[in-house]
Ligand binder design. Structure first.
Ligand SMILES: [Zn+2]
Ligand SMILES: [Zn+2]
Length: 110
């Protein structure tokens, strides 16, 4: 038994043309000028554009794969600093527990 499932009518195509807002990511360079000029580099995190020349980058080859603007770099440094401190605390706690464990072992031996 074969059921003939022919489409009655093609679904209406809703073409959404939202190409008016093409400038996603504003230009926020360290130089303070929002001019699209020369080699532009976009931040991976906040999608802000900065001038390559202002960052000492002159060619496409010099652009790193994951580049972060100065603001995001500061944020990242804060996060790294925070995690380093957390790691230190964890290590100290572990060290402390190891001493407690050793003391317990010694107490049991006596
Ligand atoms: Zn600039
Ligand atoms: Zn950024």
């Amino acid at each position: 038994m074969v059921e003939d499932t022919s489409p009655a009518h093609s679904s209406e195509e809703e073409e959404e043309e939202e190409e008016e807002e093409e400038d996603d990511g504003e230009i926020r360079c360290i130089c303070g000028r929002d001019v699209d000029k020369g080699l532009m580099i976009q931040c991976e995190k906040c999608e802000v554009w900065q001038h390559g020349s202002c960052l000492g980058i002159k060619s496409d080859k010099q652009v790193p794969d994951d580049w972060f603007c100065s603001d995001c770099q500061q944020e990242l440094e804060k996060v790294i600093f925070f995690f380093n401190n957390v790691l230190k605390v964890i290590l100290i706690v572990l060290w402390y527990f190891r001493i407690v464990l050793l003391l317990n072992l010694l107490m049991n031996l006596c």
